[in-house]
Design a protein around this ligand. Sequence first.
Ligand code: CP
Ligand code: NVA
Length: 305
Amino acid sequence: MTQPNPPRHFLSLLDLSSIELRALLQRASELKRLQHSGEFYQPLQNRTLGMIFEKSSTRTRVSFEVGMTQLGGHALFLSPRDSQLGRGEPIEDSARVLSRMVDVVMIRTFAQETVERFAAHSQVPVINGLTDLLHPCQLLADMQTYFEHRDDIRGKTVTWVGDGNNMCHSYMEAAHLLDFRLHIACPAGYEPDADFIQRFGDHCQILHDPMAAAEDADLVVTDVWASMGQEEEQAKREQAFAGFQVNEVLMAQARPDALFMHCLPAHRGEEVTAAVIDRPDSVVWDEAENRLHAQKALLEFLLAR
Ligand code: CP
Ligand code: NVA
C-alpha cells in the first residue's frame, strides 16, 4: 500500500482533528465489538509494525503487538540494548532504513524531539508510544473508556491529580479537542509545561488544592508521582505529593457517578488507595484493555486508508 507523501504521523493527539478523534474513538468501540464477537478482521495482512522501546512497557508493547496480530499483520520489537540504536546510529539514519522495510513505526523514548526527528525522516507513519512530554495513545484508551461508560465528555469536568507530566499534557490536548474542562491539581513546582498552560488555558485550570479541584468532577485521573527516568527523585517526590493522593475522601468531592482512571502501573498507597482503584466498579481494567482496541483503530486509520 502506498503512503501519502509525507505520511500521517501520530506524535501528539493534535495530529488528529476533533472530528477525526471522535470518529477514531467510535471505530475503536466497533473494533472491540467485532473482537468480542469472535469475528476476524484482518486489513493489515503482510503489514509490519516496528516498535522501538527505549523505556519499559507492559501495556503498550502487548497491545500494539496483539493488535497487529489481530489485524492480520506482524509487530517487531526493537530495544536499544540489542540494536544499533543503542550504539549511536543516528536517529535519522534509523528512520530512513527502518521505514524502507516496515509499514509503520511506534517509538517510546525520552525526548519528544526524538520522535519528531524520526518522523521527519520516515517514509511511513510514526506513532508516539510515550515520551517525557506526551502519551497520546493512552488518551485514546481513556477517552474511549469514558464514552463507553458514560457518554460524550464534552462539557464535563475532569480532574487531574498529581504531576504535570506527559499524561497531564495529553489530557490538556484532549480537553482542547473534545471540549471538556480540566482541573489540574498539582504541588507547586510540578505544574505542566508553561507553553501548554498558555495554549490550552481556555479549557484547563491549575489549582494547588486537590479537594477543591475534585469538586463535582465527572472523571478523576492520576498517575505515578515519579515517571520513568525520574526514579532517583522518588523520595523527594513522595514528600511533595503527600497531599495529592486519590482516596475515598477526595472521591467524595466528585460527583457520585464519577469515574476514576489511571494509565497504570499504579502504586497503591501512594498516588491512589486500593479502596479507590480496586473498587468493584473500577474501570481501570477496561481502560487498560481499550489500549488494544483504540490502537487498532489508530493503525487502521494510519495504514488501511
Ligand atoms: N500505561 C502504559 O503505557 O503502560 P506501559 O508502560 O505498561 O506500556
Ligand atoms: N507518567 C508515566 C506514565 C507511564 C505509562 C511515565 O512516564 O512513566
